[in-house]
Design a protein around this ligand. Structure first.
Ligand SMILES: Nc1ncnc2c1ncn2[C@@H]1O[C@H](COP(=O)(O)OP(=O)(O)O)[C@@H](O)[C@H]1O
Ligand SMILES: [Mg+2]
Length: 174
């Protein structure tokens, strides 16, 4: 089987530190990988390169065998690569549903279809068995609830690759 993702000789340098030194990573369709390493090993940097947040100084990324360059996270998202970050990236004064559909709101005749946004959010929340009101503003949620919204947002997209960068560190066992 050919690789879905192939990262070749990825090097990333920050001022004074080489975070990644010719790292290779391959992902076949259907595979689940775990990146294991101590703090500062470069795990987040590697997945940030794959999700378009950091640019690699050298090396290549191939998607389905085709060389790709992601200039930002949206580029990666449009290619089906989505990431749940360790730190939260949600907007406090927007509702759960607004956050989940931020930047990809369904539009009918030039108008945002709010009914669909709230119905779809209801469905996603039910499916993931998280007990949160789609209409509540993010700032009223606990850190664990916010993190679950972040996860719901990610898994509800049309993804080929979903990256979890330690997003469960703030969750309880339940
Ligand atoms: N934006 C940045 N600017 C400068 N240095 C960074 C930045 N991001 C990560 N680093 C450095 O790169 C190295 C790898 O960090 P990181 O990828 O966050 O590791 P991990 O996720 O495995 O803990 C560390 O030395 C870290 O300090
Ligand atoms: Mg990290």
């Amino acid at each position: 089987m050919s690789s879905l993702v192939d990262m070749k000789d990825i090097t990333v340098e920050f001022p004074g530190v080489k975070a990644l030194n010719k790292v290779n990573f391959q992902l076949l369709p259907g595979e689940i990988h775990v990146l294991l390493g101590e703090n500062g090993a470069g795990k987040s940097t590697l997945v940030k390169v794959l999700s378009g947040i950091y640019k690699n100084n050298s090396g290549q990324i191939y998607l389905n065998g085709k060389s790709v360059v992601f200039n930002n996270a949206k580029d990666a998202m449009l290619n089906g690569i989505n990431i749940v970050h360790q730190e939260l990236n949600l907007i406090p004064h927007l509702s759960v549903a607004e956050n989940i559909f931020l930047g990809r709101e369904p539009i009918d005749n030039g108008i945002i279809n709010w009914k669909k946004i709230y119905n779809d959010t209801e469905e996603i929340i039910k499916k993931l068995k998280i007990n949160i009101d789609p209409k509540v503003k993010l700032r009223y949620l606990s850190v664990a609830q916010k993190q679950m919204v972040e996860i719901a947002k990610c898994v509800s997209q049309e993804s080929k690759v979903i990256i979890f960068d330690e997003p469960t560190s703030s969750l309880t066992d339940k």
